[in-house]
Design a protein around this ligand. Sequence first.
Ligand SMILES: NC(=O)C1=CN([C@@H]2O[C@H](COP(=O)(O)OP(=O)(O)OC[C@H]3O[C@@H](n4cnc5c(N)ncnc54)[C@H](OP(=O)(O)O)[C@@H]3O)[C@@H](O)[C@H]2O)C=CC1
Ligand SMILES: CC(=O)[C@@H](O)[C@H](O)COP(=O)(O)O
Ligand SMILES: [Mn+2]
Length: 385
Amino acid sequence: MKNITLLGATGSIGTQTLEVVEQHPDRFNITAISFGQNIGRGIEIIKRFRPKLVAVKNNQVKNDLLHACTLEDTRVVSGLEGLIEAAVYPESDILVNAVMGSIGLKPTLAAINTGKDIAIANKETLVTAGHIVMNKVNEKGVRLLPVDSEHSAIFQSIEGHRKQDVSRLILTASGGSFRDRSREELTGVTVEEALNHPNWSMGAKITVDSATLMNKGLEVIEAHWLFDMPYEKIDVVIHKESIVHSLVEYHDKSVIAQLGNPDMKGPIQYALSYPERLELEDVKRLNLWEAGTLHFQKVDMNRFKSLSLAYNAGQIGGSLPTVLNAANEAAVGHFLEGRIDFLEIESLVEAALEGHKVIKDPDLEAIEEADRETRRFINDRVLKS
Ligand SMILES: NC(=O)C1=CN([C@@H]2O[C@H](COP(=O)(O)OP(=O)(O)OC[C@H]3O[C@@H](n4cnc5c(N)ncnc54)[C@H](OP(=O)(O)O)[C@@H]3O)[C@@H](O)[C@H]2O)C=CC1
Ligand SMILES: CC(=O)[C@@H](O)[C@H](O)COP(=O)(O)O
Ligand SMILES: [Mn+2]
């Protein structure tokens, strides 16, 4: 039996993780969870999975939760300390990190410190402090198992091969909600339009990131850290069907890819069951004759400027990826709240990157300060305009 701490249980990845767990009650058990403020869904999860520890966003949510239901064998904690307490919960064997944003960093580091394996969906953690996370992973000898579909595909396509034989990683990108629009046609697009992803049903922030292609930029940085690959050897190709989830090219020009109908339960389950492959019901089998033609297209870096901002931040490194991530989280938040236009996300991120003096090898404290400072910079710009 594998005991699981699930951070972000009420979200898109959280929900699908629970669906996987439900399919294998003999293999997986939920010991601790966290959620932000979705108390209704939180109570459903607590009743169904009976976790021993529940971490929520703050004291207000904790009090509301305790008023809304009677919890006998479940302790409730709150805030960042609560999130960390859930991450290091002694009975848990593995942490599934499916919170949104760089708030996932400290719980991840704390769990690695206690020797737990990590199934990582929370890509912002690797973008903001990849060097610190990977040093800790190597020091403690734990497994960092990718949940993100592209990274799971690379993980699956690279297994059994020698790293030195790899010549290139190729990430596929759907192109997001506005794939076929020109830059001019992006002016005045609505939040509702941005949230209409063609292939995946995901949380709001990542869906907007898909539309700017910042999601792919974050994933390039995530791939750099997970697979120890230089940026020159990481490519992106637009593939509108999201059936080929990513590819690995070898020196002999052979390319190995992982395919499947778009459904996150596959990568989630593989991260939990690795190295085994378990049955997975409810996922549509891929019949290539039904998929018909698959399309691939070169990325126009001028059209999708966020991707080139991310490559640049990753290549320069130091504290710049932290700034990229924090600026993007803050700007996307403002877009979702209707305060800025879609195209302003990109210009705000660019301004934050330009205004930052790079710290070469930032420690955790410097990362946190760069993150805070960047959010302040974005908020000041948006709220004072
Ligand atoms: N969705 C997907 O298919 C994929 C997602 N990912 C990555 O996985 C992560 C989660 O994405 P997704 O599931 O879509 O996101 P969602 O927005 O659907 O869920 C986010 C979860 O995090 C919780 N949360 C948000 N902010 C806080 C906070 N400040 N403190 C505590 N908990 C918080 C939310 O709680 P509540 O709602 O209760 O407030 C919710 O449980 C992201 O990093 C994303 O990039 C990667 C690949 C695919
Ligand atoms: C499901 C998943 O892994 C997402 O990160 C997905 O990749 C988003 O799709 P695009 O960023 O390719 O639009
Ligand atoms: Mn992805």
